[in-house]
Design a protein around this ligand. Structure first.
Ligand code: ATP
Ligand code: MG
Length: 305
């Protein structure tokens, strides 16, 4: 495998509350065509901005090969200070880049180059930004929603351009057909973490469902294991005799893992039912606390059964 041009690892970023990125990774080598996917608000744009060097993560490793050129297509281009589209697009070229490429791209994107920034529609501004990032044929091309405002014929042209380019491309797009046709690998950002599939987006959904089912099974298994351990510690003869600290410690770790599991987001149906109290009072406990040495296993526990 070619050495990576870009490697992000263990990326953490929190904007208050639940971490947005919680150990995310993203890596690209020459010629890679990667779809970066995840639910709305899962942090895709933020991760791409970190890859582009526009945002610093709070923790994690960001490696960009020092000689690699990087271009990033933002969701909102800023054309302030440029006389016309041509000036804006050509300002994206490096000293050794061929200006013809800028002309070629503007032409295919339906721009003459003479348009003035203030007169552009949202769609024209995005097309200008696309020409600007693609013109220098960068080593790493980061595209956030490149097909927004594009006609189908232009999208098809873009698919071919991206298939041809030797740039490593990382794409965010809600356009499933476009992702399917361009990507050769898929990175799934979910609950702050990433998983990578070395196949295009066409294979994503089946794979994601398998991953989620496996996770569900693991969590269920862990839950059952905790119940067994609790039973052993409570009733096991050996446990009572030795007060097996190691197993107790392991149980704590399992409980921690069980609790810290962030379930996949989906739709949940909650039904609350209200039943009248019935039967005899079996237990009423208030503020129970129990420790083994320094290890507190129960604190502030109250119940009524
Ligand atoms: N600078 C910031 N300060 C506070 N919150 C932010 C900041 N940047 C992003 N966020 C929040 O982080 C979350 C993820 O944003 P981001 O734009 O990265 O997600 P996304 O996956 O690209 O979403 P979409 O699919 O809607 O484009 C959002 O809830 C957003 O409001
Ligand atoms: Mg986004």
């Amino acid at each position: 495998m070619a050495p990576p041009l870009l490697n992000l690892d263990g990326i953490r970023l929190t904007f208050g509350g639940t971490p947005l990125l919680d150990g995310a990774a993203l890596s690209a080598s020459a010629g890679d065509k990667i779809a970066l996917v995840g639910r709305n608000g899962s942090g895709k744009s933020t991760l791409l901005k970190i890859a582009a060097g526009m945002i610093e993560p709070q923790d994690g490793e960001v490696f960009r090969q020092p000689s690699a050129t990087v271009r990033y297509l933002p969701q909102m281009p800023d054309m302030d200070g440029f006389a016309n589209v041509r000036a804006y697009v050509e300002a994206g070229l490096g000293p050794a880049d061929d200006p013809y490429r800028a002309t070629y791209l503007m032409e295919h994107l339906g721009l003459t180059g003479e348009e003035r920034p203030n007169d552009l529609s949202g769609g024209e501004a995005r097309r200008a930004a696309l020409a600007r990032v693609m013109a220098p044929e960068p080593d790493i091309l980061l595209l956030d929603e490149p097909t927004n405002h594009l006609d189908l014929s232009v999208i098809e042209w873009l698919e071919e351009e991206l298939a041809r380019t030797s740039s490593a491309v990382i794409l965010i797009s809600h356009d499933r057909r476009f992702l399917e046709r361009v990507s050769r690998a898929t990175v799934w950002l979910d609950r702050g973490q990433t998983k990578r599939l070395d196949k295009g987006f066409g294979h994503f959904e089946e794979w994601r469902d398998q991953v989620l089912e496996e996770e569900e099974r693991e969590q269920h298994k862990l839950g059952r294991q905790i119940v067994r351990e609790e039973h052993w510690l409570r009733y096991g003869v050996t446990a009572r005799r030795k007060r097996n600290m190691r197993r107790l410690g392991e149980l704590q770790t399992m409980r921690q893992r069980f609790r810290s599991h962030r379930g996949a987001e989906g739709t949940a149906t909650l039904v609350a039912s209200d039943a009248a109290e019935s039967g005899k009072l079996v237990i009423e406990a208030k503020n129970i606390e129990k420790s083994f040495g320094d290890l507190t296993v129960v604190k502030g526990f109250s119940t009524r059964i």
